[in-house]
Design a protein around this ligand. Structure first.
Ligand code: GDP
Ligand code: IMO
Ligand code: MG
Length: 439
C-alpha cells in the first residue's frame, strides 16, 4: 500500500501541481483531500499549460483515477467548466470520482465571502472570493449541502426551504442587496447534480480498496501549511486543515495507510493575500524574483509577494506534517543573483525565538536572521539538457550547495528537484521509490 502525501510547506503555490503530475506517472490514483477552487495548480506539458482548480492534477496522466475526496468543498458550476475545458483539450475525464460527502459551495457562500471581506474593512484576509470560508463554516455548523444531496430533489428543496431565508437575512444585514431565489437555486443545482452524478460515489471506500490492493496512491494537498486553519498565520489563513494529518480524514481512509510525506518547498517564499511574511522583500530583488518566477496567481491573477526562503516556516511545516522528503521547486529562478539569503531563525528584541509564534503581534516583531550563500549563473539550454540527461552532479556547484544547505537545515533529503516549469524539467533524486513503511 505505498502512498505519498504532497503538502505545501509555505503559503501555497509552491508547485504542488507540477510535483503531483511528475509523480503521478507511477501512481494508480491521485486524491485531493481538502480546499476547493481557491487552489490553482499549474502543470506545463511541452508548450501546453493546464490550470487545475478542483480536479486532481493526476487527471493529466491517462488511465489514472482522479478522486475529489470528502474533505473538499466543490463549486459544481466551476467543476463542470473545468471538466468541459479539459475534454475540449483532449484530456479524458473518465477517471474522475467525486465524494458524495464533499460539501457544495452555494451562490450565497460566494456572496457572503465578499460581504464578510467588505465588513472587515482594514482587516481583510484577501480571500480568493470563491466562497470557501462560508462553505466550510456551514459544514461545521451542520448547515451544509453535500454532493449526494444534488440528485435528491425533495431533500435539496427541504434544505433550501430554511437555508435560503436564513442566508437572505444575513446578506441583508451585511447590506449586500442581492435577493436570493430558492426556485432558481434549486433548478441550477439539480441540473449540476444530473450532470455530475455519474462521477459521484463513496470515494473513501474506493481509496481504501486501492490501498488494500497495494496500488500506488498520491494525496494532493492544496494551499500550504502557513494557510492551515489551526497552525497557520490565523486569521490570515484558509478554512481547511492543510497539513498531512488531514490527508487520511479528507480522503476517508485510516492514517495508518500513509507511507511518505513530501513537503513541497519553493526555493524562495511567496504569499498571496494579506498577513505577515517575515522574509518579504520590498526591494528590486523581490521584484526580480517575482518577474523571473512569473509570480502571479493561477486562480485570481493577483501578484504574489516574494521573499527569501524561510527555514523557520519550512521546519515548522515539517514538524507538523512529518516530511520524509523535500520536493524543491523553482531553484532555477534563483539563477543570476550574486548572493542568496536564507532565513535560519528569528529574533525578538534580541532573543532567539524557539518556535513559530501563534500570536501575530509577536510574529510582526520577529526579525528574520539570514545566512548568505553564493549565487550561480543562469542555466543555458545546453546546460539544462546536460543536467536532465546526467543528473545532480551537473548542476552549478553553488546550486548544489544551496540544495545541500537546505537538506542539512531541515534534516530531510531533497527527493525531487524542479528546474523549470515543464513536466520534464525535473530531477528525480529518490533513493527509494514508493516504499511501504514496515507495519
Ligand atoms: P501550486 O498551487 O502549489 O500547484 O503552484 P502554482 O501552480 O500555483 O504555482 C507554481 C508556479 O510555478 C506555476 O506557474 C508552475 O508552472 C511553476 N513551477 C513549478 N515548478 C517549477 C520549477 O521548478 N521551476 C519553474 N521555473 N517554475 C515552476
Ligand atoms: P494553492 O493550492 C496561495 C490564500 C488566499 C487568502 C487566504 C484565504 O494554489 O497553493 P480563501 O479563499 O482560501 O478563503 O483565502 O488563503 N489562498 C491561497 N494562496 N495558494 C492557494 O492555493 C491558496 N488558496 C487560498 O490568497 O490569503
Ligand atoms: Mg497555486
Amino acid at each position: 500500500m505505498p502512498s505519498v502525501v504532497i503538502i505545501g510547506s509555505q503559503w501555497g503555490d509552491e508547485g504542488k501541481g507540477k510535483i503531483v503530475d511528475f509523480l503521478a506517472n507511477e501512481a494508480n490514483m491521485v486524491v485531493r483531500f481538502q480546499g476547493g477552487n481557491n487552489a490553482g495548480h499549474s502543470v506545463k506539458i511541452g508548450e501546453d499549460l493546464f490550470a487545475l482548480h478542483h480536479i486532481p492534477s493526476g487527471i493529466l496522466r491517462p488511465g489514472k483515477l482522479a478522486v475529489i475526496g470528502n474533505g473538499v468543498v466543490i463549486d459544481p458550476g466551476v467543476l463542470i467548466n473545468e471538466l468541459d475545458s479539459l475534454e475540449d483539450r483532449g484530456v479524458s475525464v473518465k477517471g474522475l470520482r467525486i465524494s458524495d460527502r464533499a460539501h457544495v459551495i452555494m451562490p450565497y457562500h460566494r456572496l457572503l465571502d465578499g460581504a464578510e471581506e467588505r465588513m472587515r474593512k482594514g482587516a481583510k484576509v484577501g480571500t480568493t472570493g470563491r466562497g470557501i470560508g462560508p462553505s466550510y463554516s456551514d459544514k461545521t455548523a451542520r448547515l451544509g449541502i453535500r454532493m449526494g444531496d444534488l440528485v435528491d430533489e425533495s431533500l435539496l428543496l427541504e434544505k433550501l426551504e430554511f437555508l435560503v431565508p436564513l442566508k437572505q437575512r444575513i446578506l441583508d444585514a451585511y447590506q449586500d442587496g442581492t435577493k436570493l431565489n430558492k426556485g432558481s437555486i434549486a433548478k441550477e443545482y439539480l441540473a449540476y447534480g444530473q450532470r455530475l452524478k455519474e462521477y459521484v460515489t463513496d470515494t473513501g471506500a474506493l481509496v481504501q480498496d486501492a490501498l488494500e490492493k497495494k496500488r500506488r496512491v498520491l494525496f494532493e494537498g492544496a494551499q500550504g501549511t502557513m494557510l492551515d486553519i489551526d497552525h497557520g498565520t490565523y486569521p490570515f489563513v484558509t478554512s481547511s486543515t492543510t497539513v498531512s494529518g488531514n490527508a487520511a480524514s479528507g480522503a476517508g481512509v485510516s492514517p495508518l495507510h500513509i507511507d511518505d510525506v513530501y513537503g513541497v518547498v519553493k526555493a524562495y517564499t511567496t504569499r498571496v493575500g494579506e498577513g505577515p511574511f517575515p522574509t518579504e522583500l520590498f526591494d528590486e530583488i523581490g521584484s526580480k524574483i517575482a518577474e523571473k518566477g512569473g509570480e502571479f496567481g493561477t486562480t485570481t491573477g493577483r501578484a504574489r509577494r516574494c521573499g527569501w526562503l524561510d527555514l523557520v516556516v519550512t521546519n515548522y511545516a515539517s514538524r507538523l506534517s512529518g516530511f520524509t522528503g523535500i520536493a524543491m521547486t523553482k531553484i532555477d529562478v534563483l539563477g543570476g543573483f550574486d548572493e542568496i539569503k536564507v532565513c535560519t531563525h528569528y529574533t525578538v528584541r534580541g532573543k532567539k525565538m524557539a518556535c513559530f509564534p501563534s500570536d501575530l503581534r509577536v510574529l510582526k516583531e520577529c526579525e528574520a536572521k539570514y545566512v548568505t550563500l553564493p549565487g550561480w549563473e543562469e542555466m543555458g539550454e545546453e546546460q539544462m539538457r546536460r543536467i536532465l540527461a546526467k543528473g545532480f552532479a551537473e548542476l552549478p556547484k553553488n546550486m548544489r550547495s544551496y540544495v545541500k544547505f537546505v537538506e542539512k537545515q531541515m534534516r530531510i533529503p531533497v527527493v525531487v528537484l524542479g528546474l523549470g516549469r515543464r513536466r520534464n524539467e525535473t530531477l528525480d533524486l529518490r533513493k527509494r521509490k514508493w516504499r511501504a513503511r514496515p507495519r
